[in-house]
Design a protein. Structure first.
Length: 537
């Protein structure tokens, strides 16, 4: 295998962050690096990248994800080797200096071996240029980086890397979901269905063999869709691994005995599959599964309690800070009021001490100096009062701004914790889903009982329609392959009795125009009897 590297552009950063932090699918998860983001967690970093992408560009796939999977049968990569490859790939892809997240995963493979690999996710948005970085020929660039890296570190690569036609062994998300649910790969399905196609000499034999392998033939947007017992869908022509077989060949082979209109729809087939699964859920979770579920719940409760304790501590700290700033602001206002009162008292004391008395006071009043002094003092008092009001107003505004700043800071910190709480629940949901996938896979293996295919559904699909599906009665009625019901032949009318003696007597009379009881002449009635036609006279 050598070294498998897979890179792709993608969006939906929240789901990718949840995948990177999923501790149930991986035995070990570690965040190695987070660069270029304000948030100190992966969900927050990807949310920032998404907000920048939507505000500055119209880019939907604003992330570039790279997975580095070394061959566990060769020497293990060191951390420096991983970082060396990441730096080379970053330079080759034109992502130098871009925000990135690096995660280390250790996962157990099918053979029970621990497989270590790294995930790197870059933001494609260049904030200086205000546009997304164009990822042209990224597969070829990664191939060149891998070849040079392997040469420098003495790593053996598959022959495809040297010929330039290497292809990463990467399943699509839908195919991977089917493998996780059933334990059967797409190649194994195609091998079984192709073998059935080649061995079947008629459409009915082919459809019966498909049902024996656990597939229901249905009609979708295109005719002839296979629905397995787990609800997975695949187009029948694409599941036949023979390049000489086209979709029109499959339709020509099946349309006479199984016209598309006579088949159930994909939704109806999925309903039948769900019913089949409900009837076969006799395999209960083993004690090991119960222990694993209990372990997972305990681990999640521990992590949830740790985050909740952090939230509670932050709440208490915010409450203490709010109470502290409120007490400090009360002290400041009291100190300002005391200082203003002391200022007034000092002015009054100085005026009292400097106020002329006796003969000087008398001359001050007579000359009008006392009046001028009073006016001047009133003017000083007015200015001093305005200064005190301005000081009080400034203090109140500063205190209000300080309280608003503190409240906003508290809100941001709590928003980060609440977001971390929501993201943690997303991770917990993904972990429980991963455990349920394990249950479902083992349930599927139990139903298969060692076979390399799904158990038969035995739906008795017959030409012209599905006999046990009443909701298809209208389609079966209109199908050309359904014979009309037998209709009993209409009974002939009862024959009237004939009086030969009377007829001959009347016929022997002259003119022979007498009529019998039936209203016709005896000669005409005799000649038109159906039972006498063709009789020799």
């Amino acid at each position: 295998m050598g070294l498998i590297v897979f890179g792709s552009q993608r969006g939906n950063g929240s789901d990718l962050a949840t995948h990177l932090m999923n501790g149930e699918d991986n035995e070990y998860v570690e965040r190695i690096e987070g660069r270029g983001s304000v948030a100190d967690d992966t969900h927050g970093a990807f949310a920032e990248h998404e907000a920048i992408a939507h505000s500055m560009t119209r880019c939907k796939k604003y992330l570039y994800s790279l997975s580095i999977n070394p061959d566990p049968r060769q020497a293990r990569f060191t951390h420096d080797q991983y970082m060396d490859y990441i730096e080379r790939a970053e330079e080759s892809l034109g992502l130098m200096g871009q925000p990135r997240e690096i995660y280390k995963h250790i996962k157990e493979d099918k053979a029970g071996r621990l497989r270590e690999h790294y995930h790197v996710v870059w933001s494609r948005i260049d904030i200086n240029e205000g546009k997304a970085i164009h990822m042209a020929f990224d597969k070829s660039k990664l191939m060149n980086v891998t070849r040079q890296f392997a040469l420098d570190h003495n790593i053996k690569l598959p022959d495809g890397y040297h010929t330039g036609i290497a292809k990463a062994d990467q399943l699509s998300l839908y195919d991977k979901a089917q493998v996780d649910q059933t334990g059967i790969t797409k190649e194994e399905r195609m091998e079984v269905i192709t073998d059935l196609w080649r061995r079947s000499d008629s459409a009915s034999a082919f459809v019966s063999a498909l049902e024996d392998q656990g597939y229901i033939l249905a009609n979708g947007r295109r005719p002839y869709v296979l629905v397995d017992m787990y609800g997975g869908t695949n187009a029948l022509p694409r599941m036949i691994d023979d390049k000489s077989v086209r979709a029109k060949d499959v339709q020509a082979f099946l349309k006479n005995e199984y016209p598309p209109d006579s088949l159930p729809s994909v939704d109806e087939a999925k309903a039948l599959a769900r019913q089949f699964q409900d009837e076969n859920k006799a395999l209960k979770a083993s004690e090991k599964h119960a222990q694993e579920l209990e372990r997972l719940n305990a681990s999640q409760d521990k992590r949830r309690d740790a985050l909740q304790a952090q939230i509670d501590a932050q709440t208490q700290m915010h409450k203490k800070e709010s109470e502290g700033i409120f007490a400090e602001q009360l002290r400041q206002r009291a100190a300002l009021q005391a200082a203003q009162a002391q200022d007034k008292f000092q002015v009054q004391l100085e005026r009292t001490q400097n106020n002329p008395k006796g003969l000087a006071g008398f001359f001050s009043k007579v000359s009008g100096i006392s009046f001028l002094r009073t006016k001047l003092q009133q003017h000083e008092d007015h200015r001093r009062g305005r200064r005190h009001e301005l000081q009080t107003k400034t203090l109140m505004e500063d205190q209000l701004h300080a309280r608003e700043t503190l409240t906003r800071t508290h809100h941001l910190k709590m928003s980060e914790l609440r977001r971390a709480e929501r993201n943690q629940e997303h991770v917990f949901t993904r972990e429980r889903r991963s455990l349920e996938k394990t249950y479902s896979r083992e349930h599927a293996l139990g139903l298969r009982k060692g076979h390399d295919h799904m158990p038969s559904v035995h739906l008795t699909l017959t030409p012209g329609g599905r006999a046990a599906a009443p909701h298809k009665a209208m389609r079966r009625h209109s199908s050309k392959t359904v014979k009309e019901p037998n209709v009993k032949a209409k009974a002939p009318p009862a024959r009237e009795e004939i009086d030969l003696r009377n007829d001959f007597t009347l016929a022997a009379k002259p003119g022979g125009q007498s009529k019998s009881a039936s209203g016709k002449s005896p000669k005409a009635e005799f000649e038109t009897r159906p039972q006498d036609k063709g009789r020799k006279r």
